[in-house]
Design a protein around this ligand. Structure first.
Ligand code: ADP
Ligand code: MG
Length: 294
């Protein structure tokens, strides 16, 4: 299982769009995927067709009332599940203030969730197979802050993906973000690794976008071999182009694959999923189509 926190303390850079559509692309590729919506604004939940109205079980119940993940998780598509958020999560910061170990509540809930379900007679036990998740990918969509919710994601994750919009000052704030991953790695989650930066809202025609990508690659290259979680971080080859379909699909409660499967947005997130899966685009060799691992 790969557990990925999608973070950037800046809003509007493509975190939710990337979490939802990458998750959908991985699910389409046959992987079992769970999205955890860590943002009180619940955009990922809405995007996946779940409207948190304060009545459905949510991540709030997991973090504040220790409800098991299995009682909160819901199927939102083939191979795709969701732990919804809720506006109540906005209060979690305050409500968890006095709790020892508040940064690792989600990690503990996930550890319990992964334990094999006890062998119960078929007629007994909670809902049919509901307690054996066995996901290949868990993607956590974080809100625009580095507070207790994002810390819970970083404590539970093995990997960090950082969506970034290539505009002036795009790299501003990246050091603070990376320092936070270093702090979490040192204090609560030694296996935390920054896998890479996903460039979103990309406009290849602008010089600025290309300059930001060059600066970013150079910046990351300077940390190669250092004892930091981003020592091997890369800029993903796949750039997510600006595409109106990506902006439209959330209001229909669908991923771009359900809304506009032939759009450039769908193509870009498929390419990103292939990169994440470790496959490159199909290479045509004679009449055969094969995929080569990178
Ligand atoms: P974040 O979660 O980081 O705040 P979002 O993923 O919600 O950012 O994206 C911010 C806004 O930009 C949303 O309205 C979203 O629909 C839109 N958006 C994101 N990526 C793209 C893209 N590649 N092309 C067009 N619009 C996009
Ligand atoms: Mg968001």
């Amino acid at each position: 299982m790969r557990t990925i926190a999608v973070i950037n303390q800046k809003g509007g850079v493509g975190k939710t769009t990337t979490t939802v559509n990458l998750a959908a692309a991985l699910a389409l590729a046959g992987k079992r995927v769970c999205v955890i919506d860590m943002d009180p604004q619940a955009h990922a939940s809405t995007h996946l067709g779940v409207e948190p109205d304060g009545t459905i079980p949510s991540l709030y119940d997991v973090l504040v009332s220790n409800k098991p993940l299995v009682e909160v998780r819901r199927a939102v598509g083939d191979n795709l599940s969701l732990i919804p958020s809720d506006i109540n999560l906005a209060a979690a910061e305050v409500e968890l203030a006095g709790i020892v170990g508040r940064e690792v509540i989600l990690r503990e809930a996930m550890a319990v969730d992964e334990r094999p379900a006890p062998m119960l007679p078929l007629s007994e036990g909670p809902g049919a197979g509901g307690s054996s998740p066995a996901f290949d990918y868990v993607l956590m969509d974080c809100g625009p802050s580095l507070g207790v919710l994002t810390l819970n994601a970083l404590a539970a994750a093995d990997e960090v993906f950082i969506p970034l919009q290539p505009h002036f000052l795009a790299l501003h704030g990246l050091s603070k973000l990376l320092e936070t991953t270093a702090l979490v790695a040192r204090r609560i989650n030694p296996k935390l690794t920054v896998t890479g930066v996903v460039v979103c809202l990309y406009d290849a025609a602008t010089k600025l976008a290309q300059e930001v990508v060059t600066d970013l690659s150079a910046f990351l290259a300077r940390s190669r071999g250092a004892n930091v979680p981003w020592a091997n971080a890369k800029v993903f080859e796949t750039k997510i182009r600006r595409n109106i379909k990506l902006a439209e699909c959330p209001s229909f409660g669908k991923s771009v694959f359900g809304y506009a499967p032939k759009s450039s947005g769908a193509a870009d997130y498929t390419a990103l999923a292939n990169e994440v899966l470790g496959v490159t685009a199909p290479v045509v060799v004679g009449p055969l189509k094969i995929s080569v691992p990178v």
